[in-house]
Design a protein around this ligand. Structure first.
Ligand code: TYM
Length: 342
């Protein structure tokens, strides 16, 4: 049986990008493989070290996992910091992670430029990095440790995580070749038979993101979802048949393809191509189809979130199973690297 692993950082409520890029696939995969799904709280500390907010944020993501249909009786659901073995594995892997490749990682450069308000290329790099933590720099090594500790085959993630998966494979290969072993497998980023998903925002450009302020959230009310969709950026409409779509319109169609039936997508595509489209109708339909996905999940979130005993049971059992799996890998890795007990 294949092993599947993925995680989400507890940095805010989950949006449709998290859902379609990751969580929906977690739910689909849980009956097909040995699955580990976790809440990446160590990772969230690289950008959001806020002790007052952390525990509540973990509770949010955990409740949303369960409300979306993750079943702790089939999948192992755990909090990353409940499995401290991963931190030791990161330490060991970091001996083979080279600083220049970490400095080149797109997500690192992106986060640094957001923190700094400017990009930090070339000459500027050293001074531009003042105050940037080693934790942020080593983010991809911790992510490799998350994945390799369970020797996962498949990692359901959105498109923005592709480079991290490449680095994980690279670290697995480097470890194997340095020690002359065939120990780690090379995990693949996964989405059911298709390209990895990038869910756009409705503000005209770019992806939907927690920090972009353009999220449609699993916890949003129907009214909020309708408002957000009706406010989506569009344009004055096509003037020639089969005209290429501007980015904001292409983004509306990307969302439509995720939530609506194929005949609905076809209907609006044809209307666009014939220059007969009314964006108001498209948005109304899109909002209702988003609500059909979100409402049943949202209705379960609050009850789960308030159930301390249930959340305690899920995370304790999850941690126990995850620790057993992780400890076995760690024992092998220590042995391969020459760490022995007296
Ligand atoms: P995070 O917390 O940023 O996002 C969680 C998941 O949601 C996906 N995602 C999207 N997918 C499509 N379109 C979007 N607009 C969109 N926004 C977010 C992400 O691709 C991701 O799958 N580094 C990870 C967390 C992590 C992890 C891991 C993942 C830590 N260790 C091990 C997999 C395996 C992250 O920051 O995801």
């Amino acid at each position: 049986m294949e092993t599947v692993l993925s995680g989400i950082r507890p940095t805010g409520r989950l949006h449709l990008g998290n859902y379609f890029g990751a969580l929906r696939n977690f739910v689909r995969m849980q009956h097909q493989a040995r699955c580990f799904f976790f809440i990446a709280d160590y990772h969230s500390l690289t950008t959001h070290p806020d002790p007052k907010a952390l525990h509540g944020n973990i509770r949010d993501v955990l409740s949303e996992y369960l409300a979306a249909g993750l079943d702790p009786s089939v999948a192992t659901i755990y909090v990353q910091s409940d499995v401290p073995e991963v931190a030791e594995l990161q330490l060991l892997l970091s001996m083979h992670a080279h600083v220049p490749e970490l400095l080149r990682t797109a997500s690192f450069k992106d986060k640094v430029s957001k923190l700094r308000g400017k990009s930090v290329e070339g000459e500027d790099a050293e001074s531009g990095l003042a105050g940037i933590s080693a934790g942020l720099l080593c983010y991809p090594v911790l992510m490799a440790a998350d994945i390799l500790q369970h020797r996962a085959d498949k990692v359901p993630v959105g498109k923005d995580q592709e480079q991290h998966l490449e680095m994980t494979r690279f670290y697995a290969r480097r470890f194997n070749s340095f020690y002359g072993v065939e120990y780690f497998k090379e995990p693949q980023a996964y989405n059911f038979g298709t390209e990895l998903v990038k869910v756009p925002g409705l503000d005209g450009s770019g992806k939907m993101g927690k920090s972009e302020g353009n999220g449609l959230y699993l916890s949003d009310s129907d009214t909020d979802l309708r408002k957000k969709v009706m406010r989506a950026v569009s344009d004055s409409g096509p003037t020639e048949p089969n005209q290429p779509m501007a980015e904001p319109i292409a983004n509306l169609f990307t969302l439509l393809r995720l939530v609506s039936a194929p005949d609905v997508v076809q209907h609006f595509t044809d209307a666009y191509n014939r220059c007969e489209i009314r964006y108001g109708d498209l948005k109304k339909q899109l909002a209702e189809d988003i609500i059909a996905v979100v409402a049943p999940i949202r209705e379960r979130i609050e009850a789960i979130r308030a159930d301390d005993a249930y959340l305690h049971r899920v995370t304790s059992e999850g941690a126990e199973k995850a620790r057993a799996s992780s400890a076995a890998t760690l024992a092998d890795v220590r042995g391969i690297m020459g760490i022995k007990r007296f």
